[in-house]
Design a protein around this ligand. Structure first.
Ligand code: DAH
Length: 339
């Protein structure tokens, strides 16, 4: 009987199956109630007692061996049927929802597009600045209130490191970098030490513009800004320039547009005046050109600066500036841009 067991072991060692069913057939052949192993166990009962110990051990180990072999064969066919019938390749894929752009980004991109059509390039400067780029080079007098801690966030003093209060600082960076002609806009984030309310925030965004060349005149400034206003707020938009003061421009002006909501008839957005202020502008002060080593006998220029929040609030009739910074999806998902 021992010989029989040895032979069977060899036979089992070389068993092969080419499918899960073939492996199952082998299980039936060797391990079922009427299988070969069962028959051997029956035969075992008949052998002389003194052989039982040796044959019994051999038989048990043969049984374990067959079981392992057949399991191994079966496992090799597991997982193979996965691409099979229970996968429906015609089902639609899992979709994911596309986010929208932030309204401030939509409007900033629109502003960039409008000025790009007039040949303006785009540059950016650092948010953390020094006194020279934010104030001194821009002709701010030593005692100007903007240099006060009350209005400006200082990071360090003497030498001063501060958060820029306006993007006009990028004018200076651009003049350091390039020689005239310069025709560029500078979008970016600015910081002011202000109490937060529906109309003011300590962080907001501006787009600055600078145009320096020979023979640039106030008429060029006016025409450029009129084009911008019409593209941004509609072709019927009118502009009005009121004299103002900025240290870095002379003469300086503030620009109003005819109220895009009531068309100039008067409403609560324009406080019944028909006009809303949207930006500051002027001819670059010759001192600023000189501070930046540009020949102010040869070159003239104009500059302007506008708040992106203000323009966005007018465009979409948003009443509270704080909504831009809360990131409430119920607010944000109302704005869809095509790009
Ligand atoms: N920097 C000014 C501000 O933050 C805005 C401004 C006014 C920019 C006149 C200019 C300008 O370039 O010419 O209020």
């Amino acid at each position: 009987m021992i010989n029989k067991i040895e032979e069977l072991k060899k036979e089992i060692e070389s068993l092969k199956a080419d499918s899960a069913e073939a492996a199952e057939q082998l299980r039936i052949k060797y391990l079922s109630k009427k299988g070969i192993l069962s028959q051997l166990f029956d035969e075992f009962k008949t052998i002389p007692n003194e052989q039982k110990r040796e044959v019994g051990q051999a038989l048990n180990s043969l049984k374990t061996f067959v079981k392992e072999k057949i399991n191994e064969l079966k496992e090799s066919f597991d997982n193979k049927g996965d691409e099979g019938p229970d996968m429906d390749l015609t089902l639609p894929g899992t979709s994911f929802e596309l986010g929208g752009r932030h309204p401030l980004s939509i409007v900033r991109n629109e502003i960039i597009d409008i000025f790009a059509r007039l040949g303006f390039t785009v540059s950016e400067g650092p948010e953390i600045e020094d006194d020279w780029h934010v104030f001194t080079a821009l002709n701010f007098p030593e005692e100007h209130p903007a240099r006060d801690m009350q209005d400006t966030f200082f990071i360090a003093q003497g030498p001063d490191v501060l958060l820029r209060t306006h993007t006009s600082s990028v004018q200076v960076r651009e003049m350091e970098k390039t020689k005239p002609p310069i025709r560029a806009i500078f979008p970016g984030r600015v910081f002011r030490n202000e109490a937060i309310s529906a109309r003011a925030h300590c962080i907001f965004h501006q787009v600055e513009g600078l145009y320096i060349d020979e023979n640039v005149s106030f008429a060029d400034l006016k025409q450029t800004l009129l084009y911008f206003a019409k593209e941004m707020f509609g072709q019927d938009t009118k502009i009005r320039l009121r004299p103002s003061y900025f240290p870095f421009t002379e003469p300086s002006a503030e620009m109003d547009i005819s109220c895009s909501l009531c068309g100039g008839k008067g409403c609560n957005v324009c406080k019944y005046t028909g006009w809303v202020e949207i930006l500051g502008c002027g001819m670059v002060d010759p001192n600023v050109l000189e501070n930046n080593n540009i020949d102010n006998k040869k070159y003239t220029g104009f500059a302007f600066g506008m708040g992106i929040e203000r323009i966005t609030m007018l465009r979409y009739q948003i009443k509270d500036i704080r909504l831009f910074f809360e990131n409430d999806v119920r607010f944000l998902k109302q704005f869809k841009s095509v790009d």
